[in-house]
Design a protein around this ligand. Structure first.
Ligand code: PGA
Length: 251
């Protein structure tokens, strides 16, 4: 089965407050004008906004996600943490896991694996981030790192139905740099090949690209066949930039 949707996922990181709903409403207004039905727009927002935003956006095309969660399913002595059940209960449909900013803060492949399982058990869709850092890239270790992250992160998970892969080279996040076309093409192909060895439902897996996506570079990025959409950080915090990215994919 071919991949049906093109994904535009905003990762707000530590951005946004209650009045930022206005911005999402204007994104919604613009996507309604796009004739294509196969578009999924997801905003992964700070936890405190999830409940309010998901209620207000209920009858729109916009879906709400969280940016991380604890690996435990139940209550526990983890000050400041929220688990998958809590974010699901608040109205999130998706959760980003394995983001390099969380890996830097201590999320190992094993912890990420537990988080993914917990999210799936709670009926959340997972946006699973993988990517090499600059040192690894310079040592030609990209494929090796990606394979390790895939194997460990998806250890003893047997379907990709609830998983979207986001390939985000760490050196590209927030830097304005993106991989060369050919390089990215090959890497995405490699990820798909490795997933197809590991899983039966390989063909339908959605692979997003993330890292410094903007309205200009998205035109070329969008021409890479194996890419099913984008994980957008900085540019998702501006309605104009985010809308322009979407528009430029449908011009
Ligand atoms: P960026 O962030 O678009 O600002 O590079 C992407 C991300 O961190 O997911």
């Amino acid at each position: 089965m071919a991949n049906k949707y093109k994904y535009f996922v905003g990762n707000w990181k530590m951005f946004g407050n209650f009045s930022s709903l206005k911005m999402i409403n204007s994104v919604n207004y613009h996507i309604n004008k796009i004739k294509k039905k196969e578009i999924k727009v997801i905003f992964c927002i700070p936890n405190i906004l999830i409940n309010h935003f998901s209620k207000k956006l209920k009858n729109t095309k916009i879906l709400i996600g969280a940016q991380n969660c604890h690996y435990l399913q139940d209550a526990g002595p983890y000050t400041g943490s929220v688990n998958a059940n809590m974010i699901k209960n608040a109205g999130a449909k998706y959760v980003i896991l394995g983001h390099s900013e969380n890996r830097i803060e201590g999320d190992t492949d094993e912890i990420i694996n537990k988080k993914i399982k917990s999210a799936i058990n709670n009926n959340l869709k997972v946006i699973f981030c993988i990517g090499e850092n600059l040192l690894e890239k310079n040592k030609n270790l990209t494929n090796k790192i990606l394979l390790k992250q895939i194997n460990k992160g998806l250890n003893s998970i047997n379907t990709l139905k609830k998983i979207i892969i986001a390939y985000e080279p760490v050196w590209s996040i927030g830097t304005g740099k993106i991989p060369k076309f050919e390089e990215l093409n090959k890497t995405v192909f490699y990820i798909r090949k490795k997933l197809s060895k590991k899983f039966k439902d390989k063909k339908t897996v959605n692979i997003l690209y993330g890292g410094s996506v903007n309205s200009k570079n998205v035109v070329q990025l969008n021409s890479i066949k194996g890419i099913n959409g984008f994980l957008i950080g900085g540019a998702s915090q501006s309605k104009k930039k985010f809308i322009d990215i979407i528009k430029n994919c449908y011009m």
